[in-house]
Design a protein around this ligand. Structure first.
Ligand SMILES: NC(=O)c1ccc[n+]([C@@H]2O[C@H](COP(=O)([O-])OP(=O)(O)OC[C@H]3O[C@@H](n4cnc5c(N)ncnc54)[C@H](O)[C@@H]3O)[C@@H](O)[C@H]2O)c1
Length: 326
């Protein structure tokens, strides 16, 4: 892992992964999605931005993907459209970015002779748990167009290992949280509304359970997968093996923020009934066995770090706490 490419480096997890790789001495080529504002997303805030190569472009463009994979040892492919609500209204975009984008990166990595590819999946592909904890053999259930696009992207990526021996691993993170996450996700939604001084906060369903992971643990999981040859051709969960409901997570955050805020269910935040993933709980024994990876940050500690970050005015002002962020 000398020269690495991170796609989605402008985003939440990708920006933390870029910082971690740069701190470990990797030469990082970081892809930010091209836009006319010359914004590098969260990389604009990253201290390492002068020590890395930032390229702007789009994974939907095969020629562009070929150019950025040149001279690279390892590709971490995180670029994706990830909002579930937006996938209800714009599913074609999810096919273009998540499936075709993954095809483009795999083809480009193969052509360039890249040594390792880590493709990013998601626990959403499992849908509501049929058994817990969820191991990698759990059936896949496309409960949203987002999930469907990731199932297809994973299959496309794995076909490049099977058909062409591309040295590829599918990393399957469970819910990740921390500084910089979009307020579309539940933990930033709760924290940003409380930090903005609201007495009542708007949420969706609080009964589903999740396996929440602090972003640095998820990034350590990505790196552990890339550093082990035993993970080539494997799909591997990254998670904590700790299940908690959204409602209990809200109570933890209220305690950390010393808040007695009430919550209201906002109808527009509810998923259609069959689309709601009611239960996610990660069996992380495979990543532990293959790489020795162990999550290091407890939920309470990670929430404290996240609350500290959101409560800084320069960070909070980047969030629109008065509207529902999709
Ligand atoms: N956040 C989570 O809880 C979670 C859990 C499991 C898996 N994942 C996966 O991790 C990856 C990163 O997610 P995130 O939470 O950081 O989301 P994010 O939206 O912050 O990051 C995704 C990035 O991809 C970029 N992107 C989108 N379309 C692009 C395109 N056409 N070309 C180039 N770049 C494009 C966006 O600019 C964005 O910054 C995704 O693949 C997601 O599916 C996230």
């Amino acid at each position: 892992m000398k020269k690495v490419l991170v796609t989605g480096a402008d985003g939440f997890i990708g920006s933390h992964l870029t910082e971690m790789l740069a701190a470990r001495g990797c030469e990082v080529r970081a892809l930010a999605q091209y836009n006319s504002f010359n914004s590098w997303g969260w990389l604009d805030d990253a201290a390492c931005k002068h020590d890395i190569e930032v390229v702007c472009g789009d994974v939907r463009d095969p020629a562009f993907c070929r150019s950025i994979c040149q001279g690279v040892d390892t590709v971490f492919h995180l670029a994706a459209l990830i909002a579930i609500p937006y996938s209800y209204v714009a599913p074609d975009s999810y096919v273009d970015t998540n499936i075709r984008g993954t095809l483009n990166i795999c083809q480009a990595a193969r052509d360039a002779g890249v040594g390792r590819v880590i493709h990013t999946s998601t626990s959403e592909v499992y849908g509501t748990a049929q058994y817990v904890p969820i191991d990698e053999k759990h059936p896949l259930q496309p409960q949203s167009p987002y999930s469907a696009s990731k199932i297809a992207a994973d299959a496309m990526a794995m076909s490049f290992f099977n058909a062409f021996n591309l040295p590829l691993t599918i990393a399957r993170p469970f819910n990740t949280y921390g500084p910089r996450q979009s307020a579309r996700a539940v933990i930033p939604t709760i924290i940003s509304q409380i930090a903005a001084g609201k007495k009542q906060i708007q949420l969706g369903d609080v009964t589903p359970t999740r396996d929440f992971n602090y972003v640095e643990d998820t990034c350590r999981g990505f790196i552990a997968l890339a550093e082990s040859d035993r993970t080539i051709g494997e799909t591997v969960n990254i998670g904590s093996n700790f299940e908690i409901s959204v409602g209990d997570t809200l109570n933890l955050i209220k305690a950390i923020m010393a808040s007695d805020v009430e919550f209201l269910v906002d109808e527009q935040r509810l998923r259609p009934e069959k689309s709601e993933v009611n239960r996610l709980w990660c069996d992380n024994s495979k990543i532990r066995a293959l790489t020795g990876f162990n999550p290091e940050v407890s939920l309470e500690e990670g929430l404290r770090l996240t609350v500290d970050w959101f409560c800084r005015p320069e960070n909070l002002k980047k969030y629109k706490t008065d509207i529902y962020n999709v």
